[in-house]
Design a protein around this ligand. Sequence first.
Ligand code: LLP
Length: 384
Amino acid sequence: FAEPGPLTTPDWWQPAAQELIERSALSAPCYVYSLPRVRESVEQLRQLKSIDRLLYAMKANCNPAVLQSLERLNVDFECVSIGEIERVRRVMPQLPANRILFTPNFAPRSEYAFAFKQDITVTLDNLHPIEHWPDLFKGKNVLLRLDVGAGKGHHAHVRTVGQQAKFGIPLSDLDDVLTRLSNAGAKITGLHAHTGSGIFDTTTWLDNARMLAEIATRLPDVQVLNLGGGLGIPYEEGQQPLDLALLEKGLADFKQQYPQFKLWLEPGRFIVAQAGVLLARVTQIKGKGERHYVGIETGMNSLLRPALYGARHRIVNLTKLDAPLAWQATIVGPICESGDKLGETVLPVTEEGDVLLIADAGAYGAVMSSSYNLRAPGQEFVFD
Ligand code: LLP
């Protein structure tokens, strides 16, 4: 971990956190989500006038209230498993199938059959399904996820393009896929490319658009170019946010050149990351030389990102927000792994029972949690 920057808290945390603390409801660690903040992110994305359809990559946060709030904003849903499809269907029983996109990878035949049966559009990511299960594709419209461009993102684990990544149809397989889909009686109505996650370089989505458009000129039925997700958010002080105005400028130019295509975007993180925090009480403190280990009641079982990617989240002592900063602290959880660290930060003198706030935990937090060590992860609370 590098030195942390100066401390801030998300501007919306106060009402919910304060209420939870005051009611002493914090008997367990918890995630708190702000629906107003979710809506604010969607409003920001609506500045991208050239994007015809926003799909929410619900893998980032599948809390029912979050899903419902997005449905009301006309955001559609990108699902990667039957579990995710069932979740949107259960939470929003009236949602029509055409508001769901299914993007499986290395999923069994039964999952494709399930989605097609419900008239959900599927993005094909490999030759295997059409080579081995052509019967499923008769009369279906599909999107093709292509392995084009260069993988980008905040960590090697989240770069999804190139030979080292398992995703996407390699261009060398494209002709074979096209022939087989045509023989099976399927139509390719869209092309898709997703580069990775946590990206700030706006050329990423413009390059995807251009590369897909080139390929689409050979494919008469393609009307949609899905540029993927991956829009980064600043986790650290001083980090610049993604320049949406610049992205829109490029997209608008692209659309002038290729007015025939509808553009889709499928962000996850951008919509929910800054709308969530993780709150946890301090359990114990340990001094080792200059270093203060501040233990909290949950760790990598609730928030895996620091351990898995070295991800950095700002952390503050919510109970002593106005106290002077005094300690260089390593925040650790109660899990039996040396990697069970939530981050490095500067804290005021901190005591057992204080509540720490871990910021920007709304994306890939609760969804990636586990009961490792048989410790229940933080529960979720939502306020509107
Ligand atoms: N579309 C596709 C096909 C994807 O694979 C993903 C994310 C997204 C959209 C949404 O990406 P986003 O806009 O959220 O970056 N657990 C990691 C992130 C994994 C992303 C996986 N795919 C993390 O915590 O950073």
